[in-house]
Write a protein that binds this ligand. Structure first.
Ligand code: ADP
Length: 163
């Protein structure tokens, strides 16, 4: 059984993430979407909220081989603990590449078994990021083109309250 891990902030989940989740779930027997704590990146949604949103999206899409989990330690320790085969990352633009390349090299250095596979975003999603969604929603903008319908209200309400 091939097990893949897709780590990220998912703060909050967007159509860009969903596209990668959906494609990766078809490539591997099982996919773990791993909400990862990044101490250098301020977040708007708690880990539990981010997991709840991801659960809703995965259920709505009937992606039955996808598990949602979180991790506040090193990705590679989680990868080893779960006996995973692959790390999946999404690439939007060249600007993602340098950082992701470094991370992939470092992870392989820490664990030779840790292969990272990159899925390139489809063109409509290349500009899409959680931070863009947050900025638009905070100012009362319409984010229905950017986040799945089943979580649209929850994300919109939550970001308005924060204003
Ligand atoms: P961000 O906060 O920048 O939106 P995340 O840390 O949540 O990003 O991203 C997790 C993973 O998902 C990363 O591999 C990132 O490259 C990928 N990703 C994020 N947005 C998109 C998108 N619009 N299309 C494809 N991949 C994406």
């Amino acid at each position: 059984m091939k097990l893949a891990i897709y780590p990220g902030s998912f703060d909050p989940v967007t159509f860009g993430h969903l596209e990668i989740i959906s494609r990766a779930s078809k490539l591997f027997d099982k996919l773990i979407v791993l909400v990862s704590v990044n101490p250098n990146k301020p977040s708007s949604f708690s880990i539990e909220e981010r997991k709840e949103l991801l659960h809703k999206v995965v259920e709505a899409e009937k992606l039955n081989n996808v598990e949602i989990d979180s991790n506040d330690g090193l990705l590679i320790d989680y990868f080893t603990k779960r006996n995973a085969d692959v790390i999946v990352k999404g690439l939007r633009a060249i600007s993602d590449f340098e950082y992701e390349f470094q991370m992939a090299q470092a992870n392989r250095r820490l664990c030779y078994k840790a292969e990272t596979i990159f899925l390139t975003a489809k063109s409509e999603n290349t500009y899409l990021s959680s931070s863009m969604v947050k900025q638009i929603a905070m100012f009362g903008g319409d984010i229905s083109d950017f986040v799945p319908e089943c979580v649209l209200n929850q994300i919109t309400e939550r970001l308005r309250i924060k204003q």
